[in-house]
Design a protein around this ligand. Structure first.
Ligand code: LLP
Length: 392
């Protein structure tokens, strides 16, 4: 993205702000499609990564389906025009009421997370997939690893087998689902998981409409070429996918939208202590919690032409954990300079908060020519409105 775009956006909408490059989203999706060439497949976009209505609509128009994990994500998907058949529902602890809504509207598929959930189903017909937990180590951050026995998601194959044998007649098993974690950069966990899925399908002699292999494709946060190697995926994983002999569904979030998002921020102070340099910016853990929560690395660049320093880039919240980058070599900024945090398109805005009464930043889309405000900056009014209810 050109430096001028950041400068113009900051001038027009103020900082901090989220900026999305629509062309980059298109390119990322194309990369996915090229990787999967020759596999009968459909990609669903994981709303949890980014649920800005404009962006999910943009993705819908590109041909993606919707992967939702809450009734609100479901309602949003419908409101921007996804057909129910293009929606897959995930998540654990779904309530009977929620299941009823999904079943009544004939959602594409409900990925059932447990034996208990099967028992909570209303007596309505529904298309379901069982989420298998293959007990595979995705070798990613423990908080975003989901395919191990100790994780809360899905069922082991013995339980899945029992569920299949005792499936109530109103439920139609149309697929199997498996999502082992997020930000996976090594293909071997995928291969292990898909091998066990394939074995299970053969052992049970299942006749499925599709298999859903979840998401998890990792991106190159460190800008050192170590994201998921799609050439490798194409070479080693794609033949396994073809071998399933049925269409393959994917639920991708981060890979599609992560690198297309930027957090533009302004330097408020450069502080030097006996031990460290701190660059204090107006974005914080309330805008982007990934560094504080997962110790995640996000590339940061200051639009300054000065000498290099090593510094912690921090926000202005009252927490020592309010860090965007630690011990980072950066070009030395001055107060007022702009900084850009990279790869924040996924799990950025969706995980933001009002901590310290921070107000959520605006979101802006760039189509290669024009900037478009797709969510305005939150105001204090917006936040306190929830506390004003009629006297009771
Ligand atoms: N499908 C299921 C069932 C999922 O749980 C997830 C992500 C996805 C698909 C999409 O995964 P992706 O393609 O984006 O890796 N907040 C964390 C990530 C949590 C991911 C949760 N599930 C982070 O900021 O790294």
């Amino acid at each position: 993205m050109d430096k001028e775009v950041f400068l113009t956006a900051a001038k027009k909408f103020g900082t901090p702000l989220y900026l999305y490059d629509l062309k980059e989203i298109e390119k990322r999706f194309e990369m996915v499609e090229n990787t999967l060439l020759g596999v009968n497949h459909k990609v669903f976009f994981a709303f949890k990564a980014n649920s800005n209505p404009y962006l999910v609509d943009f993705l819908r128009a590109l041909g993606l389906g919707a992967d939702v994990v809450s009734l609100n994500e479901y309602k949003l998907a419908l409101s921007v025009g996804f057909r129910t058949s293009e929606i897959v529902v995930n998540g654990n602890g779904k309530t009977t009421d929620e299941l009823k809504t999904y079943a009544e509207s004939k959602v594409g598929c409900i990925n059932v997370d447990s034996l208990e959930e099967i028992r909570r189903f209303p007596n309505l017909s529904a298309r379901i997939a069982i989420r298998i937990n293959p007990n595979v180590d995705a070798k990613t951050h423990p908080h975003i690893s989901t395919g191990l026995k100790k994780n809360k998601f899905g069922v082991d194959i013995q339980t899945a087998s029992r569920m299949i044998r005792n499936l109530p007649s109103n439920l139609k098993l149309v697929g199997l689902h498996c999502h082992i974690g997020s930000q996976i950069t090594n293909i071997s966990p995928f291969m292990d998981a898909f091998r066990s899925l394939k074995d299970f399908i053969e052992e049970e002699n299942l006749n499925l409409e599709f298999i859903n292999i979840g998401g998890g494709w990792g991106i190159d946060y460190e800008h050192n070429g170590k994201g998921l190697n799609v050439r490798n995926y194409r070479e080693k994983v794609v033949p396994m996918l073809r071998n399933f002999g049925v269409p393959v569904h994917l639920e991708l979030g981060r890979f599609i939208i992560g690198p297309a998002g930027y957090l533009v921020t302004q330097v408020k102070e450069v502080k030097t202590t006996a031990l460290k340099n701190f660059v204090v910016v107006d974005a914080s853990m309330s805008d982007l919690i990934r560094p504080s929560l997962y110790n995640a690395y996000h590339h940061i660049k200051f639009l300054s032409n000065d000498s290099q320093i090593v510094a912690d880039v921090v926000g202005r919240l009252c927490e020592s954990g309010d860090i965007l980058a630690k011990d980072r070599k950066i070009s030395k900024p001055k107060t007022g300079d702009l900084g850009v945090v990279y790869d924040v398109g996924a799990y950025g805005y969706t995980m933001s908060s009002n901590y310290n009464l921070s107000l959520r930043p605006p979101e802006v889309a760039f189509d290669g020519e024009k900037l478009k405000l797709i969510r305005r900056r939150e105001t204090l009014e917006d936040v306190v409105r929830l506390c004003k209810y009629p006297e009771n």
